[in-house]
Design a protein around this ligand. Structure first.
Ligand code: IVH
Length: 329
């Protein structure tokens, strides 16, 4: 065994810098996924740090080896002076609220009038209390990350978004990407209850601004101009929407694809065959919500068939086919 490990070390030392850099990037990415998406790291944090350190040293020595998706590029050097405005190709809408079973029945009633022959099936997921983000990937590489803004125009905060470790900088080559070279992933940036407490304690100590809740903290953190400060805020990202040129039949499939592309998705999300299932789902989540590591303020319930969802249309700035089913405050 000693000989084996000696010869492995030797071959690592002799590996061409380019090969070794690629190997390190792959390893770091694998462990990043385990740690920040699955919450179960197979090696120690210090072992992961030492891999990052080795890659940094190698790239310092051979800057030509740096790739835009290298883990070392998560926190880029300089602070910005302002954020650029960017237009969303597909507007980022908002949701109408429902507070009771009656409200949900009334919503279904409205849908049935518009879609009398529709076969309804719903998709329920938790409603994260954070900040909506749009991530654009071209040929698998993260090229732009933006806030929702007013729904039509948001702010380009790409360097800040790259600091979020649960967001992949490059998507694994999946068959899905060959037919969809440009995809947009939407989801929510959140800060856990634990991090909110820790950051608040720290901010109090240093006499800095205190944020009232995790949503304000997530929003305030991502609007800082220096990515180095953003990186310290432990921001997480849950993906809930996939925008592509090709039609995807069900919203539940979007969740499956996003999970398969190694995004963090809502582990509770479920298909609900009818409103009875929706009410059961609501009860199940509201019973355990206090134990969640992060703040949620209700469910998002949507028609699962995307064609029906589109046909239901939009009222004001909200799609008729989705609704926010709020918990009692
Ligand atoms: S779906 C039509 N799914 O809720 C736009 N939104 O009140 C809804 N949100 O701006 C997108 N969790 O920031 C969706 N699982 C979830 C969500 C979610 C939180 C937020 C999102 C949106 C707001 C609408």
């Amino acid at each position: 065994r000693v000989l084996c490990s000696f010869s492995r070390r030797l071959s690592q030392m002799n590996a061409k810098p380019k090969t070794r850099a690629q190997k390190l990037r792959d390893l770091i990415n694998k462990y990043r996924y385990q740690y920040h998406v699955l919450n179960k790291l197979e090696i120690s944090e210090s072992a992961l740090d030492s891999l990052k350190h080795e890659l940094k040293k190698l790239e310092d020595k051979h800057p030509e080896l740096i790739t835009p998706d290298s883990p070392t590029q998560r926190v880029e050097g300089k602070a910005l002076s302002r954020f650029r405005k960017v237009e969303h190709k597909v507007p980022m809408l908002s949701l109408e609220d429902a507070f009771s079973e009656e409200d949900i029945h009334a919503w279904e009633g409205r849908l049935k009038k518009i879609l009398p022959r529709g076969m309804f099936e719903y998709f329920g997921e938790v409603k994260f209390d954070g900040l909506a983000l749009s991530l654009v990937y071209e040929r698998g590489v993260l090229v732009r990350g933006a806030t929702r803004g007013n729904g039509q125009v948001g702010e380009d905060i790409t360097p800040n978004i790259k600091t979020i470790e649960s967001i992949p900088l490059r998507l694994e080559a999946a068959a899905f990407l060959t037919t969809n070279p440009r995809i947009e992933v939407r989801g929510e940036a959140i800060i856990s209850k634990k991090s909110l407490l820790a950051i608040t304690r720290e901010q109090k100590k240093t006499g800095q601004k205190i944020y009232a809740n995790s949503r304000n903290l997530a929003a305030g953190s991502l609007r800082q101009l220096d990515p180095k400060l953003v990186a310290k805020r432990n921001i997480e990202f849950f993906a809930y929407d996939l925008v592509t040129d090709k039609d995807i039949v069900r919203h539940s499939e979007e969740h499956e694809i996003l999970h398969g592309l190694f995004f963090k998705t809502d582990p509770y999300a479920a298909v609900c065959k009818n409103l009875e299932d929706v009410f059961k789902f609501y009860k199940k989540v509201s019973d355990v919500r206090e134990r969640f590591a992060y703040e949620i303020d209700g469910l998002v319930v949507a028609l699962n068939k995307n064609d029906l969802h589109a046909r239901a249309g939009v009222v004001g700035k909200a799609p008729r086919g989705s609704i926010a089913y709020k918990f009692a405050p």
